[in-house]
Each structure stands twice: as C-alpha cells, then as structure tokens.
Design a protein. Sequence first.
Length: 421
Amino acid sequence: MSGVPFAGGIGPGASFPDEVQELRARTRNFIRSTVIPAEPRPGQALNLAVRRELSEAAKAAGVYAPHVSKDFGGQGLAVEHWSPVFQEAGYSPIGPAVLNCMAPDEGNMHMLHLIGTAEQQRRYLAPLAAGEISSCFAMSEPHPGAGSDPDALLTTAIRDGKGWVINGRKRFTSGATFASFAIVMARTAESGTAPAGATMFLVPMATPGVSLGAPIHTMDKYLPGGHPHVDFDDVKVPAAAVLGEPGMGFKHAQVRLGPARLTHCMRWLGLARRALDIALDRTNSREIFGTHISQLGIAQDMIAQSVIDIETSDAIITQCAALLGVDPRSGSALSSVTKVHCSEAVYRIIDRAVQLCGGDGVSDGLPLAQYLNEVRPFRISDGSTETHKWAIARRASAARRHAVEAGEPFQGTVNADRWQR
C-alpha cells in the first residue's frame, strides 16, 4: 500500500491500511485547498468565527476529529494510525484546531473516552468532540507549585459532605480563555479506600470561585485561548466531578500524557515538513553565485540533515504509536524519548529553513519565523527536554541493574590481563 507523498517527495515510510491512507489523502487535500488559504497573518490568532466555518467544512469533507470514535462523530482512528493524518493536519499551523485534533482538547477527549463515566461523556465529551465547546487542562502552577515536578502539586481538594472544595492557583492553562470546562489536578487526602495523592476533577469554568487570572504572553500566537492563570477559590463540585478515581490522578493522567506528547510530535512534524517544502521551493528557484541554491554543497548538507531529522522522527513516532496500542506503559516510556527527539528535530528543521531562505526567512513575508515561535515552547511543555532526559536515564540505569541482577553478565569489570594475553 503506497503512501501519499508529501511535497518534496518525503512521506511516512510505514504502510497503513487503505482506509487510513484514504483519510490521509482527503485530509491532505482539505488542508491545502481550504485551510491554508484561510491562515491568519503570521503572529495573529485564528479567528473563532473562521475556525467554526472551517470546522463545518471539515465535517462535510469527512476529515473532522480523526481520533474521536465514530459514536461521537469522529473518524474512529486507532492510536497507531493517528500519525499520518495528524501530520497532514499539522502541515498548516491552524489545521489541527480546524480538525479538532489540537491540544488540549485532543488529549482531554482521549482521556474522557477511556476513563470518563457515561454521564461525563454525555456532558463533556460529546459537545467537545462536536466542536460545540472547548476545554483546558489545569495542572501547572506558579512556583513553588507543580511544573515539571508533579509531586510539587499545591492545589488541594477537600471533601465537603458528598462533594469537594477546590483551592489553588494554576498557570499556563492553555485555551482557558474560551474553555467551557477544565480538568483540574488537585491534591487529596487519604479517605476510605482512596489513597492520598492527586485527583482529577471536571470543573465547568462558570462554577462560582473559578476565575481567569493574569494572562501570560507567550511566543506562540496562532491559536485562540491563550495560556492564562486560573484561580480556584473555594470551588465546590459534586462527587460526580471526579474523573477516574480519587487519589489516582497521576496514574490516570498517563492515559492522557503518553498519547498527548506523541500527538504534539505528529502535528509539529507536519509543520516541519511544510517548512522544508518552503525551503526546497526557494532553493530550487533562487540563484546565487551562478547556480541554484539547492545545488550548493552547504545548502545540500542542510537539506539532507532536515530530511534525516524528518525520517527519524517519523520512524520513532510510528514505533511509539504502535507500542501505545498494545502496551500503554511501555509506550508512555518511549513517548519521552520520542518527545525529546522530535521537539529538538522539528526546531532544527524549521531553523534550517529560515537560514536557507535568508532575509525573507526572518520576515513575515514567509511564515517560517512564526513557525519557530510556535514550536519553541514544545521543548518545555509536556515536560521539559531536561526532565525527560532525567527520566530516560533513570529508566535505562534501572533496567540494566535489574538485568544484571537477573543473570546478565556484568560488563563493567576492568580486566587488564585479558587484553595482554
């Protein structure tokens, strides 16, 4: 089954079922014919009315919500088949929002589908999947609260009769400005069979005590909703607001975080492909020193490095997505490796494209400079590169230690006599 190549002749190397390839082809055509012409000027946010209009067109084209089950109006793709379609969506920086497969809604939908009750799915998932409302995920907190270290969580939820009272401050709550509800992570005490730990709550933004705090002005601009502070002051919610089980919030969040890291990689890799295509078109058409730029060795090295970054990123995304489908725990561990590699590679690809396009690359005549602004936060969000490397190294050290304890030969012994024989 041959894939649909991206411009530049570069496309995902894995084979996917015919129905996935067909959806990928439809998505590719929709993004290029309908979405790209409607993109806002670099540095400007997507207008909400335009987004709704484009989303209706996506529904009519049969490409809307590729990750959502057909029961909730989506295309019903399994996790292991998301990548080629998400990459096509990400070829435009507004494509994932138009197709309703952009963070934080995409990850929240996935989690609600897997662990939400029937009533929670009816109240929150159904309208979210339909694009009637949007959501946010309230986890990060002002210092010294939770950031890369979730154990620093300061927001609390205390039992109050049959319900809960939430108090705390959140920040970098992406999309909160226009969100209808938040998934709030709060620390809870041991109670009955519920252990002490973190608990997730579904909290409508209109609940008394919920208020938007100061906005945070960030580098990324395309999507509406911002990343503001959100305050929770004596916010009362019923027992039915708990998502999953009390005290199990961090465990349940892994259902969201593994795939959410991976879908970021998919979407941004699609944008990196767009950046390389821009650079290829420019270098194939512009001459310097009597030849096209694409024929100069130093430019060819930059192009080749970007192709290598794209192909290695695509391969590890595909491997990780397949693993998530059969072994979510191992897939989540590999998603850390994937996130580090792809977040760094995508930035390198776009940065090289800027360089290859010269002065126009840093102007708003081309969108490349804004692409850099859009992807740069990914090296920090969903766990910074350094935090993931710390976790990756710890897992590798522990795995080798356990292997040696189980009988693997120890390889670290210095034996000078052996080499002298």
